[in-house]
Structure formats: C-alpha cells, structure tokens
Design a binder for this molecule. Structure first.
Ligand code: CUA
Length: 330
C-alpha cells in the first residue's frame, strides 16, 4: 500500500513487515503524545489564563495517584518498546540454518559479491525467492554499509572483520542496494541491484544460462581468444602440457612434488604460471594476472574441467539439478 510513496519502499522480505510494524508503532506513539501535549499546552493556556492583575493560583500539595499514573503508564510503554525491539533484534540476528551463503566485499566504490558456488558479481546480487540468504560482509578499505530498503536490512561492512546479516526475499523482482555509510567521493555511486529470481530461474542463472552460454563455453572461447590453445595442444611437441583429462588428476611437478589439478591449481597456473611448473616443461608461460578477471578465470577453469572428456556441470553439485528445491545444501 505504501509502495507508491518513496519513503515506504515495498516489503519484499520475511522480516520487512515486522520491522515496519515496530516502526509504525513508534511513529503512532510519538504522534499521539505530541498531539496530546500540544493540545494540552494550548487548552491549559486558555483555561488557566490570568483573568485579573491580582489573580493567584491555589497552592498544590501533591497527589500520589497522579504521580503513580504518570510513572506507571510510561513504564509499561517503554517496556513494550524494549521487549518488542529485543525480540525483533534477535530474529534479525539469528541466521536460519538452511541459508545459502554469499560473501560481500565493499570497496571504494563498488560491491563485490561471491556465491559459495563460485559465481562472482559486482553491484548485482542474484538470489532465489523464498530461501534465506546469509551475507558475510567485509571491506577492503573503509567502512561501508550494505542497505536494501525493500528488505529493511542494513549492515556495516567493516575492514578487518566479518559481519553477518541475512534476509529471505518474498517476491521476485529487482531491488535497490545502497551504501549507507559515507565512504568518500563516489559514495553516492556505490549502488547496485538485488535480483530476486524464482528457484528455477535462479538455478538457470547459477548454471550460467542467464548470461548466454555456460561458464565452460565462455571459457572455451577465452581459451581461443587468449591463444592458450597455441601452446596447450595435444601433440607431443607442444610447448605446454596437454590439458585434456588433467582435471582432478595428480600432476608431477618440476621439483619432484605432485599436485592435484583442482580449481585452485588451475587458477594459480593462469595467474602465476611459474609457481608450479609441470615436470618436463620450461617456465615460459606468461602470467595472465590482471589480464583476466576473476569471472574469466572461473570460465577458464570450467572449460578445463570439461576437457576431462565427461560432461561436467559448470558449477559444483548444489547448483546442478534445476528440479531440486533451492534449499542451499552447501
Ligand atoms: Cu561505500 Cu558509502
């Protein structure tokens, strides 16, 4: 009912209604007493006005009943406010057990978000409707504050520590994300969008379908564009190791040690190729640090996974089947 009025954004989370109820209670209470006192000030001023120059009011000797009334009624009122607020505070701080997790890093002047399943986003967060989402927040520089009015949720992102918040969206849509802590010149530009999707649409988004093609197919294109393919070929004379079938297998290194070719190793091999050189090869690969984004690294890793020969979902198990309810089992 308030969505057309900008002071009252729509309620789009399970706790928004509870926060608003307390808020409106406080507003109503304040308005009631403000009007009552204003009316009494005016009414008494008229009723007890000085009627003649020698007009003197009668002396007052106290009233126990009056003292008790104006002590006990406010006590009850502040008691209600206290217990109502405390109960709501506990609700807002206790993260539901089945929450999916998202890491939030504030940085002048952007929000960097990463899903547990690996997806990274900037100034945009995709979440499923009807599933609690736990946010773990921190900052790279100064204090920022993650504020989503439609969810009635605000939490500071503080450098050097993790803060936690959660929400459960109740309807699909796009909602404003603001930075609510002044953090420098472009503070007002540190804004974003929370995109709430139906569970099936969210699974499709997780699988990379929302942005045209899977992570792996994007990675395959990158593999060509960055000319990785010119060295990492199947023939024995290739300058780089053949990557087919390498994922998940142990790899013998130049220094005699062995490493398993997991996501971490492949990512490291792209950004810091000389860190772990495969036995029998020269450390001639240039670093791609700064040339590929974290998103592109994920795509390349996903592509290398598919080179295993078997069909590998581009994201880990929890996100795979579209039919499964999005309960966030990770
Ligand atoms: Cu970040 Cu204001």
């Amino acid at each position: 009912m308030w969505s057309g009025f900008p002071l009252f954004p729509e309620q789009a989370s399970t706790t928004a209604g509870q926060v608003d109820a307390l808020y409106f209670f406080l507003i109503a209470l304040t308005a009631f007493f403000s009007l009552l006192i204003a009316a009494l000030v005016f009414g008494f001023a008229v009723r007890y006005r000085r009627r003649s120059p020698d007009d003197r009011p009668p002396a007052i000797y106290g009233s126990l009943a009056l003292e008790l009334t104006w002590t006990l009624i406010p006590l009850v009122i502040v008691g209600v406010i206290f217990f109502w607020s405390a109960d709501l505070y506990v609700t807002l701080s206790q993260v539901p057990k089945n929450a999916i997790e998202v890491n939030v890093v504030g940085k002048r002047w952007m929000w960097k978000l990463q899903h547990m399943t690996g997806q990274r986003e900037i100034n945009e967060l995709h979440v499923p409707v009807g599933v609690p989402v736990k946010l773990s927040l921190t900052s790279e520089d100064v204090i920022h504050s993650f504020f989503v009015p439609a969810f009635r949720m605000k939490k500071d992102a503080v450098p050097g520590r993790y803060t936690t918040a959660w929400f459960q969206a109740t309807k699909p849509g796009r909602y404003h994300l603001f930075c609510a802590e002044y953090c420098g010149t472009r503070h007002s530009n540190m804004i974003g969008t929370i995109v709430v999707l139906e569970p099936a649409a969210f699974q499709a988004w997780l699988a990379g379908g929302a942005s045209g093609g899977s992570l792996a197919s994007a990675g395959e294109k990158l593999f060509q564009d960055l000319a990785c393919v010119t060295c990492h070929k199947a023939d024995s004379g290739a300058r780089g190791p053949n990557l087919v079938g390498v994922f998940g297998r142990p790899v013998a290194l130049q220094d005699g040690s062995t490493v398993t070719a997991d996501e971490t190793y492949i990512r490291e091999s792209i950004v810091a190729p000389s860190a772990k050189v495969v036995a029998g090869y020269q450390p001639i690969m240039p670093t791609f640090q700064g040339l590929v984004s974290e998103e592109q690294l994920l795509q390349l890793v996903a592509y290398v996974r598919t080179l295993k020969g078997t069909e590998v979902p581009p994201v880990p198990a929890a996100a795979a089947p579209a039919a499964a309810p999005a309960t966030g089992t990770r």
